[in-house]
Design a protein around this ligand. Structure first.
Ligand code: PLP
Length: 460
């Protein structure tokens, strides 16, 4: 399969890429000495590169996206059928798959009623920020305009979402940033700000309240959080955290925005990460797993209460949400998303995620018992991380080069795993796994088997 699927002259493809493609997140000097990696085919949990080498993809397309796996002809068919019927119409008009997918999605999200379509996670989050700013103007006389974000969280690459990045290195050299974004502390218990305490989760949530009181509750409109911090270190929330966060938001009339761009659509074993904690957000955004990378689609989902704030106001011609996303009118996105959702339901992928996630966590804990370098393992469903440290007592982070040596060795063994936060000293030390949700036990064991060998090779 791999050889037949290779383009006739793969070297010509590589040269075209080297000459003209500006790769994401890449320092291009490396391509002077090594060929850029080009993947040519995928099936299930596996991908093949241009040399014909096969890999088990434990990160679902590098950035946690291909939830239902590669080579899904039923999604391709659904998209093709829709494209030949009507590929696109934008603006104030609707289309059939957009309406049907919105209805299906809302069924999975009690309390939510409205879906706003765009194309990327950044854009979906930016829409929330704009809605909050407009609500500030319309309802709070300019107050409640500030947006709280959390240390180590990430929400995208636009200037607005960068201003809300808890990974500060992402902002470097891109300032000045938009105003009105304020950071709250992280909730990584392994690196507790208060030492070894019983009530870490409550303290971490109360630290948000402290920021609200310091800034003035009348200035705070939104709290934006990831359910599990993804690229910032696979940080699962500590006990009691979310419940207290919800109380604080209600107490100070702060809208709660859950960024499910990574965790949404089954990644954690429920449709959405926040649904593990029984909380009721005002906004939920999602992107990656919504169509598993078969089409570009993101959604900003909210409640009728928020939607009502934008309804016709005869005294204000500016009262509606004056925003558009050109390709929010592509029908391929919701057509793919509908079939993607059917697959997750019909193939029991939420159940598989919980089962396989448990196996992955157990395997990682077993590795931790043998490899001193694994300081902490964290995870929810099929989103798991192993934090590497040079010394368990001081928790000195493993250097970036050594973490990269581990991922490189896994790659050489035919397993693609990730590592978080590459360019920051001390924050690049968590191995990251988020395979397609169809993964089986043998493949989970293959992932941890590769990590086992790589750790022995790199750290002894
Ligand atoms: N939110 C989170 C939690 C993410 O991890 C990402 C991307 O990795 C984004 C938002 C941005 O999504 P996109 O790259 O589609 O703009």
């Amino acid at each position: 399969m791999n050889v037949a699927s290779r383009p006739n002259d793969i070297q010509a493809v590589i040269e075209a890429d080297r000459a003209h493609v500006w790769h994401h997140l890449s320092q291009h000097k490396q391509y002077e000495s090594v060929d850029p990696k080009i993947y040519v085919e995928g099936k299930g949990t596996r991908v093949w590169d241009a040399t014909g080498k096969e890999y088990l993809d434990a990160v679902a397309g590098a950035v946690w996206t291909v939830n239902v796996g590669y080579g899904r002809t039923s999604i391709a068919d659904a998209v093709r059928d829709q494209l030949v019927k009507l590929n696109y119409f934008a603006g104030a008009a609707g289309n059939v798959p957009a309406a049907l997918f919105a209805e299906k999605l809302i069924e999975k999200m009690p309390g939510m009623t409205r879906v706003y379509y765009s194309n990327s996670g950044s854009e979906a989050n930016e829409k929330v920020f704009k809605m909050v700013r407009q609500i500030a103007h319309r309802k709070h006389n300019g107050g409640k305009y500030k947006i709280l974000y959390r240390d180590r969280d990430y929400h995208g690459t636009t200037l607005g979402t960068l201003a809300a990045a808890g990974q500060k290195e992402r902002r470097e050299q891109y300032g000045p940033m938009p105003e009105g974004f304020v950071e709250v502390p992280h909730c990584l218990e392994y690196r507790s700000q208060w030492g070894d305490v019983e009530d870490y989760g409550i303290r971490a949530a109360n630290a948000i309240e402290d920021v609200i009181l310091r800034e003035g509750p009348e200035t705070i409109g939104l709290l934006c959080l990831e359910p599990v911090t993804a690229g910032g270190g696979v940080i699962t929330p500590p006990k009691g955290y979310w419940e207290r966060v919800q109380e604080i938001c209600r107490k100070y009339d702060v809208l709660l925005h859950i960024d499910e761009v990574v965790c949404g659509m089954g990644r954690t074993g429920k449709w959405f990460g926040y649904q593990h904690y029984g909380i009721e957000p005002d906004f939920v955004t999602m992107a990656k797993g919504v169509a598993s990378g078969y089409a570009a689609i993101s959604c900003t989902v909210t409640t009728e209460k928020v939607f009502e704030l934008f309804k016709d106001d005869p005294t204000d011609p500016m009262s509606y949400f004056r925003d558009i996303s050109t390709f929010g009118g592509c029908t391929s996105g919701p057509a793919a998303a509908l079939e993607n959702m059917r697959i997750i339901e019909d193939e029991g992928l939420l159940e598989n995620t919980l089962k396989m996630g448990e196996r992955l966590m157990n395997n990682l804990r077993e590795l931790q018992s043998r490899h001193q370098v694994i300081g902490d393992v964290r995870g929810l469903g099929l989103f798991c991380g192993a934090e590497l440290v040079m010394d368990r007592a001081t928790k000195e982070p493993a250097p970036e080069k050594m973490v990269q040596a581990v991922t490189a060795d896994c790659l050489a063994q035919g397993v693609i795993i990730g590592a978080t936060n590459r360019s920051v000293p001390g924050l690049n030390n968590t191995l990251c796994m988020s395979p397609p949700l169809i993964i089986n036990s043998a493949e989970i064991d293959q992932i941890t088997g590769a990590i086992d060998k790589a750790l022995t090779k790199v750290f002894g």
